[in-house]
Design a protein around this ligand. Structure first.
Ligand code: NAD
Ligand code: ZN
Length: 307
């Protein structure tokens, strides 16, 4: 059962994100045994003492990135990486313990969510109450993949109308970057993936062309430069590999280009790159959850989707 300031949720629908797989493979730090899953819609089943913002029966999205509204990141208008988020993989709720056990032994939480379950317990500050009419199997994606990609384009990259964008990786998150670039008014959106089966979906959500690095012998940054007359304004790494992070950086314009790291970097790995890539003026940035403030923005993204 939920303790004080905690909420127990019945899970209605959950998506699967590559980050769950990073935990299983060990490329992301976590405590084991763990219940993964962090992209879901649920219904509040019961609440702990002192919970005031949700009640049993409310439709909610659990937030792997909480919003305590008190830390520096929450108080800064441009911040969203709340100090209460479990980025170091402690695997417990704010109170310091786990709500799951198996044969008397603790089972750990993943990023305070753990949605591959019938029921989970989350901290009150890691929950967004959403429109009761929202279809659970669709809006669960707003709990991670959609919001991450869409925000990376419109909030973090700040894609401008008429610009050219290059998106590396066409999974659920990459497709959402494409939707963000399109809604920001980009006129060319180039999708890049080794798997050509991803191209049809990418074109359907707004890519104007798609390429596979396998079809070229020269570096992909040169291919993109030739295709666009050296005018990629924004590039996005949405895979989670060190080599493609540098490829994406090199692919945006050497002076006014911006490159956004969205893919989760493999833990305990260092990256080597030529600082000349930055010296000429490029901007290199990253974001978690698309830069959105979760409790404020997730309900609004659901409302936008419903409209
Ligand atoms: P996914 O596995 O569905 O998609 C990745 C795509 O990259 C696949 O289509 C694959 O074919 C392609 N790919 C793999 N290697 C490639 C290469 N060398 N060159 C070109 N394409 C290649 O993953 P996803 O669920 O869309 O997540 C993408 C990344 O974003 C993951 O690393 C995930 O951990 C990360 N992520 C980050 C955040 C965040 O808040 N920053 C949130 C969610 C996910
Ligand atoms: Zn995710």
């Amino acid at each position: 059962p939920p303790k004080a300031k905690e909420v127990r949720i019945k899970i209605l629908a959950t998506g699967i994100c590559r980050t769950d797989d990073h935990v299983i493979k060990g490329t992301m730090v976590a405590k084991y045994p763990v219940i993964v899953g962090h992209e879901a819609t649920g219904i509040v089943e019961s609440i702990g003492e002192g919970v005031t913002t949700v009640k049993p029966g409310d439709k909610v999205i659990p937030l792997f990135l909480p919003q305590c509204r008190e830390c520096n990141a929450c108080r800064n208008p441009d911040g969203n990486l709340c100090i209460e988020s479990d980025v170091t993989g402690r695997g417990v709720l704010a109170e310091g313990t786990t709500r799951f056990t198996c044969k008397g032994k603790p089972v750990y939480h993943f990023m305070g969510t753990s949605t591959f379950t019938e029921y989970t317990v989350v901290n009150e500050f890691a929950l967004a109450k959403i429109d009761a009419a929202a279809p659970p199997e669709k809006v669960c994606l707003i709990g991670c993949g959609f919001s991450t990609g869409y925000g990376a384009a419109i909030k973090t990259g700040k894609v401008t109308p008429g610009s050219t964008c290059a998106v590396f990786g066409l999974g659920g998150v990459g497709l959402s970057v494409i939707m963000g670039c399109k809604s920001a008014g980009a006129s060319r959106i180039i999708g890049i993936d080794l798997n050509k089966n991803k191209f049809e979906k990418a074109m359907a959500v707004g890519a104007t062309e798609c390429i596979s690095p396998k079809d070229f012998t020269k570096p992909i940054s040169e291919v993109l430069s030739e295709m666009t007359g050296d005018n990629v304004g924004y590039s996005f790494e949405v895979i989670g590999r060190l080599d493609t992070m540098v490829d994406a950086l090199a692919s945006c314009h050497l002076n006014y280009g911006t490159s956004v790291v969205v893919g989760a970097p493999p833990s305990a790995n260092m990256l080597t790159y030529n600082p000349m890539l930055l010296f000429t003026g490029r901007t290199w940035k990253g974001c978690v959850f698309g830069g959105w403030k979760t409790r404020d923005d997730v309900p609004k993204l659901v409302t936008d989707f419903m409209a």
